[in-house]
Ligand binder design. Structure first.
Ligand code: FMN
Length: 322
């Protein structure tokens, strides 16, 4: 059944707008050959009895094994498993090479570290055009907190939850003549930054350090032995420029020494810096907990993209020095 007026590329593109998770479905043949494919056609069918489905292209190498095996496992992939998705979407010889497997209920291979897993027995197989539709009875399942990998319009994506209630920072309407709104990206970024950094302030007060001196210590903690000019290059992104007075404060409190025009951290300085990092990590942990790991990962990814997009060409602090 073909329709010559049907633009199959456009059809595929339109279908791709339906956002899905990504699964790997595995089975083992009677002779022990293991097969697995990446599939996003997975879906739920019935709760009672518990049934799920997916469809397999008739051209797939694994079709004979899936058609004959009584069992197969569906693995809902987590974000970190994107490389596995690529591996099982290619026509490799042994896609399981080097992979550690968990003990499953059946002979079908069971992959670890997934968002969810469904161990199934084939209930029905239906012809579905150029695919075969597999319907399976779920014998067992499990689930983790790992954020799921998403597939949208031919690209991998992350989930960011949309709260039922709109998040509004103010309930008041801005005056009509004011074009400054809470949705201005610069405002959101600035406010988020200051609200987070201000939570470090208590520690900096205790350590009797200004923000600029905190930035200096963070830079020296990553890369020691810099000149004042180099330090300023590395902290340029903060908007601060530090001078000799800032360095003298750090020298006087024993955090930094100067040797031939280059600043080095002392053991005391490293200790102060480690406390700051520990505090920053504790603040982050609390925020990740509140946002959820998937949203936190999506936030970081978007921030990195924004930073890369707006980078005026700053030196790379983490790059190995020549
Ligand atoms: C995100 C994604 C989803 C896919 N979904 C399916 C699917 O639902 N059914 C299918 O037959 N192939 C699907 N594929 C393609 C198969 O993974 C691919 O053809 C694989 O190489 C088949 O393996 P095999 O030939 O070893 O059986 C998908 C590929 C990707 C990247």
């Amino acid at each position: 059944m073909t329709n010559n007026n049907f633009d199959s590329k456009a059809f595929r593109t339109a279908l791709g707008t339906f956002t899905t998770g990504v699964t790997i479905i595995t089975a083992t043949a009677a002779d022990g050959t293991r097969v697995g494919i990446t599939a996003n056609s997975f879906n739920s069918v019935s709760l009672d009895p518990p049934l799920v489905l997916w469809s397999l292209a008739k051209t797939a190498n694994s079709l004979p094994v899936f058609s004959e095996s009584r069992h197969w496992n569906v693995h809902v992939l987590s974000v970190e498993q994107e490389p596995l998705s690529g591996r099982f979407a290619s026509r490799g010889d042994d896609k399981f090479a080097g992979l550690e497997l968990d003990e499953g209920m059946t002979e079908a291979p069971l992959l670890p570290d997934c968002t969810a897993r469904f161990q199934c027995r084939t209930a029905f197989m239906h012809d579905g055009g150029d695919h075969i539709i597999f319907i399976g009875e779920v014998l067992g399942f499990d689930q983790s907190d790992l954020p799921p990998l998403v597939f949208q319009s031919g690209q991998y994506a992350l989930t960011a939850r949309k709260p039922r209630e709109e998040v509004r920072l103010t309930q008041a309407e801005p005056p009509p003549e004011c074009s400054y709104t809470e949705d201005l990206l610069g405002y959101l970024l600035g406010r988020a930054h200051f609200q987070m950094v201000n939570r470090l302030q208590a520690l900096l007060d205790e350590q009797q350090l200004e923000q600029a001196q905190f930035f200096i210590l963070s830079v020296l903690c990553i890369r020691d032995g810099l000149t004042l000019a180099q330090i300023n290059e590395y902290i340029a992104y903060t908007g601060y420029t530090v001078d000799q007075d800032d360095m003298d404060v750090l020298i006087q409190c024993g955090h930094v020494v100067i040797e031939q025009g280059r600043y080095r951290m002392t053991a005391d300085g490293r200790d102060a810096s480690l406390h700051q990092i520990a505090q920053a990590k504790a603040i982050e942990e609390e925020i990740v907990e509140a946002l959820g790991p998937g949203d936190a990962m999506a936030l970081k990814l978007l921030l990195k993209r924004l930073i890369a997009r707006t980078d005026p060409g700053l030196p790379d602090l983490w790059a190995v020095s020549s």
